[in-house]
Design a protein around this ligand. Sequence first.
Ligand code: PSU
Ligand code: MN
Length: 300
Amino acid sequence: MNALRVLSPIAEAISAGRAVVALESSVVAQGLPVPANSDAVRRMMSAVEQQEAMPAITAVVSGTPTIGLTSDEVVRFLNRSGVSKVSSRDLGSLMASGGDGATTVAASLTLCRAAGVQVFATGGIGGVHRDPFDESADLVELSRSQVVVVCAGAKAILDIAATVERLESLGVSVVGYRTDEFPGFYAASTGLGVPARADEARQIADIFRAQLAVGHPGALLVVQPPPAEAALARSEVEEAVEIALDAARRQGVRGSAMTPFLLSAVERATHGRSLAVNLALLEANARLAGTIARELVESH
Ligand code: PSU
Ligand code: MN
């Protein structure tokens, strides 16, 4: 059994101290429909590359935890058949059974720790669900991974206020990038504040280095609103989420199926408009992550 495989250009970049940005794969294999998922991969990869950083998709490939997929593997994950959703608890059993798995934020952070990758981009983190009780492992992994995580807040299907409170309890630092509000993924506004704000990537790098200097064990969660031209109104999002939650309750959806189910139900309820926002914010987050990764390796 192989403990970790890092694609060779990425391994070289890490050891040479060049900028690398990890990207999760669950959003590709479970969170987005075909063929929009391949659009997402293309847009995220090129956004990172445009910032002169190296993108690295995280996944479990035939049982091997992997940083950086080959192009054949990307195609396999985009087709998604036989690709399971992997959170941190699932890593060991999938490695032992030799299967393919797409990593959530939680499992991706575990791989970032193993490989020493310091910057990671995603769409929205998992968090505290509304009724019935369900809390993403993303939160706990954020509390014990020294990684800058760029996102558009927590997915709108969640209880965002409760998620923000849990982040605080777990000691996860949150910084708003050019915003004073914790964003609501599809919508820019939630009415919830952030404890700190940064208007430049350099400030984010400074905060992260300060955290490392004092031995803070957790992540720096960078939240930025979805791009304004794509964002939905808060009321439209709330309506769609209510419809999605009703459907989930009626169908008795539970556990790890919950997040993918709700995301696609919201997409139907918004007539596909949520999908366009999702793609736009993934690209924007990848771009910002690339900029931060470069700041981290350039300025010290
Ligand atoms: N954000 C998206 N789409 C997704 C996810 C997040 O826009 O598919 C995924 C991420 O991988 C996140 C996971 O880590 O959902 C959370 O799932 P759960 O609530 O089961 O932990
Ligand atoms: Mn859960």
